[in-house]
Design a binder for this molecule. Structure first.
Ligand SMILES: *[C@@H]1O[C@H](CO)[C@@H](O)[C@H](O)[C@H]1NC(C)=O
Ligand SMILES: *[C@@H]1O[C@H](CO)[C@@H](O)[C@H](O)[C@H]1NC(C)=O
Ligand SMILES: *[C@@H]1O[C@H](CO)[C@@H](O)[C@H](O)[C@H]1NC(C)=O
Ligand SMILES: *[C@@H]1O[C@H](CO)[C@@H](O)[C@H](O)[C@H]1NC(C)=O
Ligand SMILES: [Zn+2]
Length: 481
């Protein structure tokens, strides 16, 4: 009960405060000129109330760390980037995954891809092909309207329906489905991840990884890969997991079904074209996912990974990316990290944390402070890429190398049915779905996965989604509230 009251009172305020900053970041450009995107007023108002020391003793600090006083708030820093350790010749052989194909013979040619940092057009040949595949996948796409821009505060009706019996909107209401990955099963295992790169600072992070024998999952943005494909190859070739983080980093629930498909499709494609493998995991930007976006991603053989939530309002978010925005400084990020570590040993699972390799500050705080604290933590953390913390080999991160017998792909249990029609596919403004899906066939045996009609699959997928109880959320709520 207290859980519900809290979420109703706090969430809209929290998320609308966030959305102002998120909006600033949506202005991201390929040249990393963020100065115009962050308003000075916001920075000045926010930084005066920020802490100026850490309130706990640091267990361990990297001897070459950038001093905390030099990790600046409210600016973009542009110093000390290093070159990648290795550039790989075309057709090089990956060594971390036994059955991986060679790297492609050459890097992607940018002019073969859509404009960077905007949602790609939905009328290209590629887009139409992917839309048809989704509509033919047999996965029922719920007819949930795209949300309004502006976050929870600008979506009163949708927020009222955001619970586990409604649209299960993660960012607005804190609802998680069991088909979402948000923890690692084993206590003290940390599925490490970095989002929004590759950036000019990613090589600094990779150098520290190499020094300390750390590997992670990189949720890469398609538009950034176009700019820095060799860095993505270096991440992959050194044993990190590569996963999808969309083409232009939008709030995915605000996008039409066709737009969600192209955001995911182009990112899968540029990763395949750069590495030779296609990820089967993705992270929605801002964690913005509901049952419609979940279903579309399943239809594209993509499994959503969020980060650990301990209550409706608290997640394992370092908030590192807000340092350049000016609303948070490095001391506050380290305080967040201290609380995350404190909570990590209180939960009975492992955990996943939100961090970024996009900005110099986020990389400096990771290599200088966050990762050294983690390495010194007792009990010891088992730090791995997320697919490995799920007790699977790296190979299971990709379509081409996944062990389909022990780990069926998201689409494996869905019987393809042909429900595609031009009218179904073009109903973009309502976030529409496969044409046969709204039928009211009553299917007695909805639990079977091997049904042959679209409506039956609708029932099967629906019951799968709805059957996923609030178990995780409720457990966390009783633990913390
Ligand atoms: C709120 O949603 C409406 C309808 O989509 C939109 O026109 C408006 O710009 C949104 N407001 C903000 C602050 O994003
Ligand atoms: C509420 O959620 C249900 C279940 O997902 C969905 O079918 C319905 O369209 C939603 N209603 C609104 C107003 O979003
Ligand atoms: C867990 O997180 C909450 C909220 O961030 C915080 O109040 C609490 O002190 C943390 N617990 C520990 C043991 O660090
Ligand atoms: C797993 O299935 C996918 C899709 O059918 C296929 O492309 C891939 O080659 C299979 N994986 C292996 C290791 O055979
Ligand atoms: Zn992101």
């Amino acid at each position: 009960m207290k859980y519900t009251a809290l979420s109703a009172l706090l969430l809209p305020a929290l998320v609308s405060a966030h959305s102002a900053r998120h909006h600033a970041r949506q202005a991201t450009t390929a040249t990393y000129d963020y100065s115009a995107a962050f308003s000075n007023a916001d920075t000045a108002a926010a930084s005066s109330s920020l802490p100026t020391t850490v309130t706990f003793s640091l267990l361990s600090v990297n001897p070459t760390a950038v001093p905390l006083s030099e990790i600046n708030t409210g600016t973009t820093q542009t110093q000390s980037t290093i070159a990648i350790s290795t550039t790989y010749a075309g057709s090089s052989k990956p060594t971390w995954i036994a059955n991986a194909p060679d790297l492609p013979p050459s890097l992607p040619i940018p002019t073969n891809y859509p404009t960077l940092d905007v949602t790609p057009p939905t009328d290209s040949d590629e887009a139409q092909q992917w839309i048809k595949e989704v509509m033919d996948s047999g996965v029922y796409i719920p007819d949930i309207a795209p949300t309004n821009p502006g976050g929870c505060g600008n979506n009163t009706a949708a927020v009222a329906n955001a619970s586990s019996t409604g649209t299960c909107w993660w960012t607005c209401g804190g609802c998680t489905r069991s088909t979402d990955v948000s923890v690692c099963p084993t206590q003290n295992s940390w599925g490490v991840s970095y989002d929004d790169g590759p950036s000019p600072y990613t090589p600094n992070l990779l150098q520290y990884f190499d020094q300390e024998d750390i590997r992670a999952t990189f949720f890469a943005i398609g538009s950034r890969i176009i700019s820095r494909p060799a860095i993505l190859q270096d991440e992959y070739m050194t044993g990190n997991q590569i996963a999808v983080h969309t083409w232009s980093h939008p709030y995915m629930t605000t996008k039409t079904t066709e737009q969600v498909i192209v955001e995911l499709g182009w990112t899968k494609k540029v990763i395949k074209d750069t590495l030779g493998v296609t990820p089967i995991y993705w992270r929605p930007p801002y964690g913005d996912i509901d049952d419609r976006v979940r279903a579309i991603s399943q239809a594209m053989n993509l499994i959503p990974i969020l980060w650990t939530r301990i209550s409706s309002t608290q997640t394992f978010d370092t908030n590192d990316w807000s340092i350049p925005g000016g609303s948070v400084n490095v001391y506050e990020v380290l305080d967040n990290w201290e609380l995350i570590m404190g909570n990590s040993t209180k939960i009975d699972t492992g955990f996943i944390v939100l961090e970024h390799d996009l900005f110099e500050q986020t990389v400096d705080v990771a290599t200088g402070y966050i990762l050294p604290q983690a390495l010194a933590h007792q009990p010891k953390y088992n730090m791995t890429p997320i697919v490995e913390c799920l007790d699977m080999p790296l190979a299971n991160g990709y379509l081409e190398t996944n062990d389909n017998s022990s780990n069926p792909l998201p689409l494996a249990s869905v019987t393809p049915v042909s429900t595609y029609s031009a009218s179904g596919a073009s109903a973009t403004s309502t976030g529409s779905s496969s044409s046969g899906a709204s039928g009211s066939h009553s299917s007695g045996s909805s639990s079977s996965d091997s049904q042959s009609s679209g409506s039956s699959n609708l029932m099967a997928v629906n019951s799968m989604l709805l059957g996923i109880a609030i178990a995780a959320g409720a457990g966390a709520a009783t633990l913390f509230l």
